[in-house]
Design a binder for this molecule. Structure first.
Ligand SMILES: [Zn+2]
Length: 495
């Protein structure tokens, strides 16, 4: 059944369909005398290669008369990367405004590409934290492979990144860099002492007193009673604030320096280095941000982006909770510091934070990084709710069963009392669960259980059904992403 396709590949005149073979026409690529195109038969994708030189030889697959069929394996991904460099992730060396598009299922990137193909956004298509990898049962290799094949499929040549997201150890950082990460988000939360905020003033003072003399004199000499005036932000660092910041952050700053000197600065290729200090219970103050930023600069640490913890609540999958004027004031200070030190502000848990997007766009003059992930998953759940009510009901019930366990991993304020009982909701109204904040959070935080739980025989309860259903409705998923992520980009003034 490949005869006509192979003839047309040779003549560079392919169509989108050959009987049961769906052809991704945008993937058609040539290197030397080898021509390659990505196709799908049933739900399986293959590369079809015609030719006889280097690329043809290096692709691993099954030889037929006049062509080769190659599975989309990790090894073949590396071959594509070698001959078509745009398929490999790269660092954002031009410092374009960037958007992280975590794709937990490995199915969202084609929709993401369609959404931002005509914009100047630098996309991070491969972005998974260790927590997300554990919960989805995927490897970081697979995350990059999936993004790379999607980029090849869609013929997207403007460059994309791979974020080793929220990494906490040097081992994990080195491992993900070796796999191909081009951005490292260092989560130093294990070195940040969050217990300090629970202490009284006297307790803080006595804890500070017991610090090493060299640490105290170092920070006091540099920052105590210092007047700071940068771009609209005036502040003085008093003893109380300094004691707090030194206690909370000094070990984290040393750790950032260690990671940078030992791994990042001498790496064989450029890396976007992001510092995240957002996984804390209290907002990052302007003085804290300033001291961290000055220390990074004085220690010659170059970062691309910094994620403070902003004022208000950034819960998963729902809009910002908090006062917008307060947010603007707080955000402005962080932007002033970032601009002064030459990096971009990064907004984490950025999914669905529609009410603050215009503020983010205005106050940064359009230069920022924002991470989204969970919302791409929720759009997938919406597609199931619209197209496969029986499966949605199973998923919903499973989410309810596992909700309590899931709250260990995610901070949400969900009130399940606001989620209507399944038996009262008609099939056609099931998508309304995804318009209900409590319903969204219920399905958002339980994805690990939905994707990984097995029955007593060791078979997945929902994973295979979920993937099959999405595969069947892949066009609907694409449309949902184009619309929903498109709304993100429009409000962020990126589109
Ligand atoms: Zn974060």
């Amino acid at each position: 059944m490949f005869n006509a396709l192979v003839t047309d590949i040779k003549n560079e005149n392919i169509k989108s369909e050959y009987g049961p073979i769906k052809v991704y026409e945008r993937s058609f690529s040539t290197s030397g005398n080898t021509k390659v195109v990505l196709v799908k038969i049933d739900s399986q994708k293959f590369l079809v290669a015609v030719g006889n030189d280097e690329l043809y030889t290096e692709l691993q697959g099954f030889e037929n008369i006049g062509f080769k069929l190659a599975f989309p394996t990790h090894e073949n991904r590396l071959v594509l990367n070698k001959f078509f460099p745009y398929t490999a992730p790269v660092a954002n060396v031009e410092h374009r405004t960037s958007v992280g598009l975590g794709d937990r299922l490995g199915l969202a990137t084609p929709g993401h590409i369609e959404t931002l193909r005509d914009t100047d956004v630098f996309p991070i298509f491969a972005q998974q934290s260790v927590r997300e990898l554990d919960m989805t049962g995927r490897t970081y290799e697979d995350v990059i492979d999936t993004a790379a094949y999607a980029v090849f499929q869609e013929g997207y040549k403007k460059g994309y990144g791979a974020d080793g997201d929220h990494l906490k150890t040097k081992e994990d950082i080195s491992k993900e860099l070796a796999i191909g990460a081009t951005m490292i988000t260092l989560d130093s939360s294990e070195k940040i002492d969050n217990t300090i905020i629970t202490l009284s003033k006297d307790e803080v003072a006595s804890k500070y007193k017991s610090l090493d003399e060299s640490i105290k004199s170092y920070y006091e000499g540099k920052y105590l009673d210092k007047n700071i005036g940068i771009d609209g932000l005036q502040m003085t660092i008093n003893k109380e604030a300094l004691m707090n910041d030194v206690l909370v952050y000094h070990a984290a700053i040393d750790f950032i320096e260690e990671v940078y000197q030992e791994i990042i600065v001498k790496y064989e290729r450029p890396i976007d280095f992001e510092i995240s200090i957002d996984e804390t219970s209290t907002p990052t103050t302007a003085t804290s941000h300033y001291i961290i930023a000055s220390e990074l600069k004085d220690r010659n640490i170059v970062i691309s982006t910094m994620a403070p913890r902003f004022i208000g609540e950034f819960q998963k999958g729902i809009d910002y909770i908090g006062d917008l004027d307060e947010f603007r004031k707080d955000f402005k200070n962080h932007v002033a510091i970032a601009n002064h030190f030459g990096y971009r502000i990064s907004v984490h848990s950025g999914s669905d934070k529609f009410s603050i997007f215009p503020i983010v766009a205005e106050e940064t003059n359009g230069r920022f990084h924002i991470k989204t992930a969970g919302t791409n998953w929720l759009e997938a759940v919406t597609v199931i709710a619209e197209n496969n009510p029986a499966l949605y009901r199973e998923i919903h019930q499973h989410a309810l069963d596992k909700f309590d366990a899931a709250t260990k991993f995610y901070h949400v304020s969900t009130n399940l009392g606001n989620v209507p009982d399944l038996s009262t909701v008609a099939d056609k109204d099931l998508p309304s669960y995804m318009k209900n904040n409590d319903g969204r959070q219920l399905l958002h935080i339980t994805y690990g259980y939905i994707l990984q739980d097995k029955d007593e025989k060791g078979n997945y309860i929902l994973r295979d059904k979920f993937f099959n259903a999405l595969e069947e409705h892949s066009d609907a998923y694409r449309e949902h992403l184009v619309s929903h992520i498109g709304n993100h980009l429009r409000l962020l003034k990126l589109k």
